[in-house]
Design a protein around this ligand. Sequence first.
Ligand SMILES: *Cc1c(COP(=O)(O)O)cnc(C)c1O
Length: 481
Amino acid sequence: MTTRKINPDHALYYPADTLGLEAEEMRRLGHKVVDLVVDRLMHKNVEDAVLTGSPADLMAVLGAPLPNKPMDPDASLALLAEVALRHQQRGDHPRYFARVPGPSSFAAVLGEWLGTGFNAIAASWAGGSGPATLELIVIEWLKQLMGFPEGSEGVLVSGGSHASLTAFSVARSVYGKGVVYLTDQTHSSLVRNLREMGWPKQHIRILESDENYKLSMECLTRAIGEDRAAGRRPVMIIGTAGTTNAGTVDPLHEIADICQQEDLWFHVDGAYGGPAAITQQGRQYLSGIERADSLVLDPHKWLFQPYDVGCVLVRRPGALEHCFNMNPEYLKDVEASAGEVDFRNRSLELTRRSRAVKLWMSLRTYGIERFRKAINHGIKLAEFAEAYLRSRPETWEVITPAQIGVVCFSLNNGTPRQHAARAKALSDSGYACVSSTRLKDRSVLRLCTINPLTTEDDIMGTIDHLETDIGCSTILGRNCS
Ligand SMILES: *Cc1c(COP(=O)(O)O)cnc(C)c1O
């Protein structure tokens, strides 16, 4: 390791900031940002769970002519903190249960800030060996947590969408073109990726899921047989480890067996549910996840990271580089040798920030045991919600039981309109936020309970609010016309 001393003759010739803020001013504004963030974190449970503005209102406050002259940074920070950044879903609010919450942790935010402040770059080894090392370490940790074998590799990208695109590219570079199998519960971003990669429509077999919303092995083997008989070439099966809709896990071991027998690529989408595998109970649900050829995780969902960071792990050594390697003449002097990794050669991103900093910082600060407890809490809360709903059969029907942090339920004979109205009234009240969604032809309400700060009271309070057909006027005395 090299540490170089700063030569005092070279120091302080330049102002601290490229465009001219003085050091003291940078410190003052920087501390102010820390205070704004921590103040907000301390009060997040009394904020509205979601706040949406109208385009006209937001533009009126935030919009302005092109700023040719400097403007007051304190005033701009105030507008950001009080208006722009308030109008969003508070994914870390203890009663934000919609879609997938984002209960980001502060140590991860610290890592993000520091990495951005140092303008960390994780493109090539020569250009960023420190950040590249962090990424190698973090990938190694994630591999261990998921039970991936020695020699498998990975890369961090912007999220689940880009991660599955990366995985599909690798799968295609190994297996070539052919038919891919998924279900009607597979996340829509995966189908979009296949389509945009030029996968022909007739090679994307969307199988009807079974009565538990899982991949039906019978359907799958029949489809593979039909395709082979028709001269088509099966190449990949996609299993979901925790569907966004219902937290359902496809039969991972059985799919892995078929992939082995038929020589197919096994892709697992664990963007939502993958992290649950670090808990004992989650591991049972997700058994077989470690057999994937490629596995996608979204640390910005259930690993408590701020947006954005997704991850893809690939079992086959060298397959990522084989697919994405690009070493043109203008990058020759930043080419890696043994032991060094050029992350630009593991996905479609060349210049890329270091998403590993926040993971490295937060995994060390809290330790895996703390993550395990936090994730387990989310699994238990969904079970609590299910039990509470079942104790009120005069109002509620449980449609899918609690599965790794998600429960779906319905008003007795509830219509899509009713569900949407109840969800909207609740959001408008600011008290909590839940999703209304569809499971095949059923309309449901849905809670995703992955925030470690959420209590059983929060769950009961939310369900109680949903229970009263309050219309849109009286929750918390607020008007939401
Ligand atoms: C969220 C999610 C995705 C997409 O991930 P992004 O980070 O939003 O791009 C894919 N699959 C599943 C199961 C998800 O929950």
